[in-house]
Ligand binder design. Structure first.
Ligand SMILES: C[S@@+](CC[C@H](N)C(=O)[O-])C[C@H]1O[C@@H](n2cnc3c(N)ncnc32)[C@H](O)[C@@H]1O
Length: 260
């Protein structure tokens, strides 16, 4: 896969703010949906009144959940302007606009000051960032010493993925540039985090793949305009991802870490 970083980023931002992503994935663009997010939020710990940053906040679903479940303020940072606008509208509709706000920004150069924030969530997005070292350093830069991070991400053994899972579409689908969980831990340690625990959620990824496959089959039958001619490519990706998951070369993991 030879796409330039700028192309990868703009493809990701466009794909995840599209009607197709909404049709295939619903409101939460990560395995485990709001149930797994609740578990991860509990790991971050309660500190009502403080501010949590949600990096690559997508439609803002987890940001609203963070505000409701922790009683905290939330700043979501997201590359796609339409996603930011939609997330702000949804927060206003939920009566949360006083506590939840969204900024357009790049995870590799966050529009936030140093050492300001107490906690940080980043779900299913590091795998899409071309410069993972830069993004990990940014995760650390804006956190106060002792602050907690929960990073949840697709994990993979990149050398063992088949060619179908190495395309630009597979990168956007969170797979082609996913890394082993040990590599993610090393990345966070080099950026200044101490790893506290690691969790595996591969069953959640399997259920997400089943759901996407069912949606793609429905689309093939009724032919919604929203997916254009992407149904066959989508099904090929899902099929290859299921196989990689069953062989232990793909999964979903979370890392709880503390800023040193
Ligand atoms: C798989 S979605 C996850 C969204 C959200 N965290 C969730 O779990 O529902 C990945 C998100 O990362 C965003 N994204 C991709 N590259 C980014 C970057 N460099 N900086 C900020 N956001 C980015 C995409 O626009 C998309 O909303």
């Amino acid at each position: 896969m030879t796409a330039a970083p700028v192309e990868v980023k703009s493809c990701c931002a466009a794909a995840y703010s599209s009607a197709a992503a909404r049709f295939l994935l619903g409101d939460s663009f990560h395995p485990g949906g709001s149930q797994l997010t609740s578990k991860l939020i509990r790991q971050l710990g309660a500190e009502s009144g403080s501010t949590v940053v949600d990096v690559a906040s997508g439609l803002g679903t987890s940001a609203r959940q963070l505000a409701r479940e922790l009683g905290c303020h939330v700043v979501g940072v997201e590359l796609s302007p339409p996603s930011v606008a939609g997330a702000a509208e949804a927060a206003a509709e939920a009566g949360l606009s006083g506590r939840v706000r969204f900024l357009v920004g790049d995870a590799e150069a966050l529009p936030l000051a140093d050492c300001q924030h107490g906690r940080r969530l980043c779900e299913c997005a590091l795998c899409t960032f071309p410069d993972k070292e830069a993004a990990a350093c940014e995760l650390a830069r804006v956190l106060r010493p002792g602050a907690r991070l929960v990073l949840a991400d697709i994990v993979a053994e990149p050398d063992r993925l088949p060619h179908e899972l190495r395309s630009l579409a597979a990168w956007v689908a969170c797979v082609a540039d996913a890394r082993p969980v040990t590599e993610l831990s090393g990345l966070l340690e080099r950026a200044g985090f101490v790893i506290e625990s690691v969790g595996r959620h591969d069953g959640a990824l399997a259920r997400l793949l089943d759901r996407v496959d069912a949606r793609l089959r429905t689309a093939a039958l009724v032919g919604p305009d929203v997916l254009g001619d992407g149904v066959d490519e989508g099904r090929e990706l899902v099929h290859a991802a299921r196989e990689a998951l069953s062989e232990g070369n793909l999964g979903y993991a979370s890392i709880l870490a503390r800023r040193a």
